[in-house]
Structure formats: structure tokens, C-alpha cells
Design a protein around this ligand. Structure first.
Ligand SMILES: Cc1cc2nc3c(=O)[nH]c(=O)nc-3n(C[C@H](O)[C@H](O)[C@H](O)COP(=O)(O)OP(=O)(O)OC[C@H]3O[C@@H](n4cnc5c(N)ncnc54)[C@H](O)[C@@H]3O)c2cc1C
Length: 379
């Protein structure tokens, strides 16, 4: 019987684990080092499994559908906190002629998903003329083709994670800033964790939700955690005061076919990104090349952003696993040890639901989804 748990990491995944465990009545402590480069703080916040180009993984897509479905319920439960989750729709555009082939393939993929999974529903997706697309997203280029997905949503990862922690606190969750240096294991079971300050905490269970930093616990838990940081630089522009027909808060998300996107916000921000840089290690820096890549793509897709002002560039380290799927579940030979890590480029989509299912496991409740593809120790 598990009465107490420690969660290592306060990104969107750890915050969700902590919230769900506290709400279930466990004595839970969330310890977070708040590293610079925390992915949740930089994440663009697109929640749209329907438009994902991940064709190789049925497991990812099915879990992604459950996760996207779970969001509105969870957001309603967090309505007293500033969670930011909103359904805005997403415009998928072929901005230039050389993207039309990709556009057609994506459209066929979406139709197949509608047939096979009933998602997206047929009436939630429609092709728009270039003029209709620009009416929705005023700075848009004169695009070749555009598909509108009305079910797509956006979330400010930082705000949502903080809402989860606040609501968790109101249910008894303790949140502390700490650098966890080890998970203490005695006779094959978790006994607690140790921290850099010398403080130790006893607990029946420990959940490692440390994003790209999670492999630090491989030796303690005697398990391989093949997760690496992938750097993402994302530019935040301000369009407030520019002469557009509609305020940015009413614009949908836009994504073209060169792996980048634009996410508008009610305060006049438009987040444009992002780079996907492997091999940069734990270096959350803004580079000239990164700025060039995201700004030139932003202007190609939306030349009307030319007069927008630069607010900031955020940098996050996506926790990318070796097979592209997260690790969700118990560590094979250590009772009470769990991983919720490796969510890569889609952790804002999957994370809140991952947190729920891992919290279920900790409490001994059988999750409602098949977690076998995500099992710890599979690689
Ligand atoms: C530029 C960019 C754009 C993105 N866009 C999207 C998107 O549109 N949609 C989407 O679904 N996903 C997106 N993502 C991915 C998403 O942001 C991540 O997958 C997700 O935030 C990962 O959350 P996490 O909680 O696992 O890790 P993180 O947010 O990185 O949090 C890990 C936390 O653990 C703490 N920690 C680590 N080790 C320790 C320790 N030893 N002791 C104490 N604390 C520790 C860290 O300090 C950190 O606070 C994007 C990511 C980036 C970088």
C-alpha cells in the first residue's frame, strides 16, 4: 500500500503526476530544480494529434487521442486557476507550390484517420480558399492550399503546469525547489530521495519526471533511460498595435510543411518556431542561426508579421527518447520506482494524461489504456 510519494521534476509531466496523486489523497512532495531549458516553459503549446505527421507509431497516435480528449475535462477541473487551455483551431497551409505534394499527402492521412479512428471527425475539417484562410489569420501569405482543423487547441505549458501545482497544493501537495541527487533504494524498494542540500525525504514511491535530465537516475534504478535533449528555439513576437482586422487571440494556430508553426495568444504575442537541434547537449542558448531559421520561416508563411516586434526568444530542451515514445510505468526491479519521461516534441499534448496514468499506476489502479508500448526498460 503506497501512502506517500516524491515526484522529481515540476514540468508539465511531474506537475500532473503530483496533482493527480494529491487529489487521490496521497502524501506527495514535488521537488523541482527549475532548470534553465525546462521544455515546458518554452513549449509552443499545440494540442492537435489529428495533424501530427507521425505516421510510424499507432501507439503514439492512440495515446495522443486519449490525451487530447482528457484536456477539456482536466481544464474544467482547473477552472479556478489560470490554466490557459483554449480550443482555437489550426490552419495547415501549403504556403509555396513546393509544399502542395506534402499538403495532399497530409490530407490523405487525415482522411484515413477519420475512417479508422473517427478522429478528426469529418465535419471538423474543411478546406479553405486562400482568402478565407487569410481572413482567419490576417498576416498570412497568399497560400496555395489551406485546411482548417477546428478541434485543435493551444495551451501555455508554463501556465498549465503551474495551475496543476496550485490545484495540487490546495489538495495537499507540497512543492519545493530542490536538486534531487539520488533515489534511495533499500532491499529492492524505494525508501526515499536525497538532495544536494543534504536533506533526505522518505517515501513509499518515487516518480522521475525530470524531462531531458531523467537519465541521471539510471544507475540508482539500474535501468536504461535513453533520453536526450533536443534544443528548440522559439521566437515570441508582439503584434499588439499593428493594424489587423481581428485581435491575435482570435487567430488560429498556423502550421506549414517545413516543421514550423505560429501560435497566437490573446495578449498579442505570436510564438514562432521552433528549431529542432540534436547534439547540442544541455545548452539552452539562443543562436544567430536559430534566430535566422525561425524568423525567415515565420515571414515566409506570414509576411504580415514583418512589423511585429521581438519580445523574447525562449529555449527549451525537448526530452527525446530513442524510439520517440515516452517511458511510462514502473521500473522493472525496483518496487515503488516509476518513470514519466521522454515525451519529446509532444509532451504538452501527452503530459497531463501521462501524469494521470502514472499516478494511477502508483496507486495500484489499472490504467484504462495499454501502456505496454511505453514500458520502462523496453530499450
Ligand atoms: C520549442 C518547443 C516547442 C514545443 N512545442 C510543443 C507543442 O506545440 N506541443 C506539444 O505537445 N509539445 C511541445 N513541446 C514539447 C514539450 O514542451 C515537452 O515534451 C514537455 O514540456 C516535457 O515536459 P517534462 O515535464 O517531461 O520536462 P520539462 O518541462 O523539461 O521539466 C523537467 C523538470 O524536471 C526538473 N528536474 C530534472 N532533474 C531534476 C532533479 N534531479 N531534481 C529536481 N528537479 C529536476 C527540471 O528542472 C525541470 O523543471 C515543445 C518543446 C519545445 C522545446
Amino acid at each position: 500500500m503506497i501512502d506517500s510519494a516524491i515526484v522529481v521534476g515540476g514540468g508539465i509531466v511531474g506537475s500532473s503526476v503530483g496533482y493527480h496523486l494529491a487529489r487521490a489523497g496521497l502524501d506527495v512532495r514535488l521537488l523541482d530544480r527549475e532548470d534553465e531549458g525546462r521544455a515546458t516553459t518554452a513549449g509552443a503549446g499545440i494540442i492537435s494529434p489529428a495533424t501530427s505527421s507521425r505516421t510510424g507509431s499507432t501507439a503514439w497516435f492512440e495515446f495522443g487521442l486519449e490525451a487530447a480528449d482528457y484536456y477539456p475535462d482536466l481544464a474544467t477541473a482547473l477552472d479556478d486557476y489560470a490554466h490557459s487551455y483554449t480550443r482555437t483551431g489550426l490552419l495547415s497551409v501549403a504556403a509555396d507550390a513546393d509544399e502542395v505534394g506534402d499538403f495532399e499527402r497530409a490530407k490523405t492521412r487525415v482522411e484515413r484517420r477519420t475512417e479508422e479512428y473517427g478522429h478528426p471527425t469529418e465535419d471538423s475539417v474543411r478546406e479553405l480558399s486562400p482568402a478565407e484562410a487569410r481572413a482567419k489569420y490576417p498576416p498570412l501569405a497568399d497560400v496555395e492550399r489551406a485546411l482548417f482543423f477546428e478541434d485543435a487547441a493551444r495551451v501555455d505549458g508554463q501556465a498549465f503546469a503551474s495551475a496543476l501545482r496550485e490545484a495540487g497544493r490546495d489538495a495537499g501537495l507540497t512543492v519545493e525547489n530542490a536538486d534531487v541527487t539520488g533515489v534511495d533504494v533499500e532491499n529492492g524498494s524505494v525508501a526515499g530521495v536525497s538532495t544536494a542540500s543534504g536533506a533526505t525525504y522518505d517515501a513509499d514511491a518515487a516518480v522521475v519526471a525530470g524531462g531531458a535530465w531523467s537519465p541521471a537516475f539510471e544507475a540508482d534504478l539500474d535501468v536504461s533511460v535513453p533520453v536526450e535533449p533536443q534544443r528548440g528555439q522559439i521566437l515570441h513576437l508582439d503584434v499588439d498595435g499593428l493594424d489587423f482586422d481581428r485581435p491575435a487571440g482570435e487567430w488560429p494556430i498556423v502550421s506549414a510543411f517545413r516543421h514550423q508553426y505560429q501560435v497566437p495568444w490573446p495578449d498579442g504575442r505570436v510564438a514562432c518556431g521552433a528549431t529542432r537541434e540534436s547534439g547540442t547537449g544541455f545548452e539552452p542558448s539562443v543562436t544567430l542561426d536559430g534566430l535566422r531559421s525561425v524568423s525567415s520561416e515565420a515571414l515566409r508563411v506570414a509576411p504580415g508579421l514583418a512589423d511585429a516586434t521581438h519580445l523574447e526568444t525562449r529555449v527549451g530542451l525537448r526530452p527525446v527518447s530513442a524510439d520517440g515514445l515516452p517511458f511510462l510505468g514502473g521500473v522493472p526491479d525496483v518496487d515503488g520506482a516509476y518513470l514519466a519521461a521522454g515525451h519529446g516534441p509532444t509532451g504538452l499534448t501527452l503530459g497531463p494524461y501521462s501524469g494521470k496514468v502514472v499516478a494511477d499506476l502508483v496507486r495500484g489502479v489499472e490504467p484504462e489504456v495499454d501502456l505496454d508500448p511505453f514500458r520502462v526498460g523496453r530499450l
